[in-house]
Design a protein around this ligand. Structure first.
Ligand SMILES: [Zn+2]
Length: 118
């Protein structure tokens, strides 16, 4: 939600004053505050920080990584574990690694079974 609008005043080197409005938002989920220049998810009057938007499934993993985390989506994976966002280096999430290991183990077992002639 929009929490406040503040006015920033800056004195330029030549002595003139520059001022502009900055909108401050508060995440509707975790109450974290951020200004309009911070990437976030907005839907009407609802504003969510990137982490909450990813947790709620409002933005994709790549959007979260590239705009909300500072990690590169080509080298990192983001996933949800115990209702928390986790980031890891590499191609696969722990769940995907587990599934791949299980699949390989099943394939090895089937091969051995065939070789034994069962
Ligand atoms: Zn939040």
């Amino acid at each position: 939600m929009l929490k406040d609008t503040i006015i920033i005043v800056k004195q330029e080197p030549d002595g003139t004053l520059a001022c502009w409005d900055v909108e401050l938002y508060q995440c509707d989920n975790c109450s974290k505050e951020f200004d309009a220049s911070i990437p976030h998810y907005a839907d009407g009057d609802h504003h969510y920080c990137c982490e909450c938007a990813f947790l709620k499934g409002l933005i994709s993993e790549n959007e979260y990584l590239d705009y909300g985390s500072g990690f590169n989506s080509h080298m990192f994976r983001a996933y949800v574990e115990n209702r928390e966002v986790k980031i890891k280096y590499g191609k696969y999430t722990p769940e995907e690694l587990r599934q791949r290991r299980n699949k390989k183990a099943r394939e090895r077992y089937q091969k051995k079974k065939k070789a034994r002639g069962d």
